[in-house]
Design a protein around this ligand. Structure first.
Ligand code: NAP
Ligand code: ZN
Ligand code: ZN
Length: 347
């Protein structure tokens, strides 16, 4: 086994702290890479706090992982020592169900293996994430990372990037569409960048008036403060799509009123409590309420290649791992600009 230094939550009530654990030896199809940077996703916070479901503890969060390959198994053809590598939210899946066969491993019907707070496909070995020094992953779940982009700012593409890229591609959002990005945090700011890159007219819907300037710098065309009833009223019947990245409770009925006829509200944010949706909010204007989860491996590589080509990375604040609890507190208040990334050298 490979001894690894990490940072873990021992239970949902305790702050993260140093914790040593072990990873498997590098098998024939495995890639081991030393982690250099790991993004901080709001899902990390949801999961260490058991917001969604009881987690597997100790929990080493982190699924926006980039680093450098240090060892490859005998059957590994796609990577060599010294290559940059990345892993997102998945480290394995069944590979045989109809979704896996269609490169939709995120929707694996037999249960995929999440990078942390999950189990390997043996259904008993817990997985540990990227707030750690090194990781061993099957080569099929390791992504190529371009040398052209800033590495720390690339890490958030592995979750925030693909989670916003995938639905915009699925619904073919682009030229001629009015897209609203709801919530300007880690996912939201990537949604703005992709929406703009795909040619849509992008509006940010935010509870934070102070983010307007940044939204425009990110490329957004318009900004609506959702706590101002006048601005909300003026935005009714405006959007073809709302990409909802909100982590906390919010009123779906109010946001659905901002869609045009035939508009689609796409949930990617996952509040801990279920929301109430009035049927009237959907039937008036034949609206759709939809959702999307991360992305498959092929699409994640496509997104990374798209970002390398178009010079798209995340706007980040690099932090010391000792400041992780402070970073979570700021994230809870919506005070992210626009993704915290841990410098793993500080671990
Ligand atoms: P984040 O950086 O904290 O951003 C969330 C933003 O939502 C905040 O900055 C804030 O933006 C807004 N917000 C928060 N609470 C709100 C409330 N009660 N009402 C209205 N707006 C609110 O979080 P993130 O990392 O982007 O993640 C967002 C959500 O997506 C989380 O629930 C996360 O678990 C989920 N997620 C889902 C997937 C998936 O596969 N579908 C993948 C990754 C993450 P403003 O200041 O602009 O209002
Ligand atoms: Zn995430
Ligand atoms: Zn499957």
């Amino acid at each position: 086994m490979i001894p690894v230094k990490g940072y873990a939550a021992q239970d949902p009530k305790t702050d993260l702290a140093p914790w040593n654990f072990e990873r498997r030896e590098v098998g024939p199809h495995d890639v081991q890479f030393d982690i250099l940077f790991c993004g901080v996703c709001h899902s990390d916070l949801h999961q260490i706090k058991n917001d969604w479901f009881p987690g597997i503890f100790p929990m080493v969060p982190g699924h926006e992982i980039v680093g450098k390959v240090v060892r490859v198994g005998s059957e590994v053809k796609k990577f060599k020592v010294g290559d940059l590598a990345g892993t997102g939210c998945l480290v394995d899946s069944c590979r045989i169900c109809e979704n896996c066969q269609q490169d939709l491993e995120q929707y694996c019907l037999n249960g995929n293996s999440q990078t942390y707070n999950g189990l390997e496909q043996d259904r008993k070995t817990p997985t540990y994430g990227g707030y750690s020094k090194t990781i061993v992953v099957h080569q099929d779940f390791v992504l190529h990372i371009s040398e052209k982009l800033d590495l720390a700012a690339t890490a958030p593409l592995l979750c925030a990037g693909i989670t916003t890229y995938s639905p915009l591609r699925h619904w073919k959002v682009g030229k001629g569409h009015k897209l609203a990005v709801l919530g300007l945090g880690g996912l939201g700011h990537m949604g703005v960048k992709f929406g703009v890159a795909f040619g849509a007219e992008v509006t940010v819907l935010s509870t934070s008036p102070a983010k307007e300037k940044d939204a425009k710098l990110l490329g957004a065309h318009h900004f609506v403060v959702t706590t101002d009833p006048e601005q909300v009223k003026a935005a009714r019947n405006s959007f073809d799509f709302i990409l909802d990245t909100v982590s906390g409770e919010h009123d779906f009925n109010m946001y659905l009123s901002l869609l045009r006829t035939n508009g689609t509200h796409i949930c990617v944010g996952v509040p801990s409590k279920p929301a109430e949706v009035q049927a009237f909010s959907l039937l008036g204007g034949r609206k759709s309420l939809a959702g999307s989860g991360i992305g498959g491996l092929a699409e994640t590589q496509e997104m990374l290649d798209f970002c390398a080509k178009h010079n798209i990375v995340s706007d980040i604040e690099l932090i010391d791992i000792k400041d992780i609890t402070k970073a979570y507190a700021r994230m809870l208040k919506g005070d992210v600009r626009y993704r915290f990334v841990i410098d793993i050298a500080t671990l």
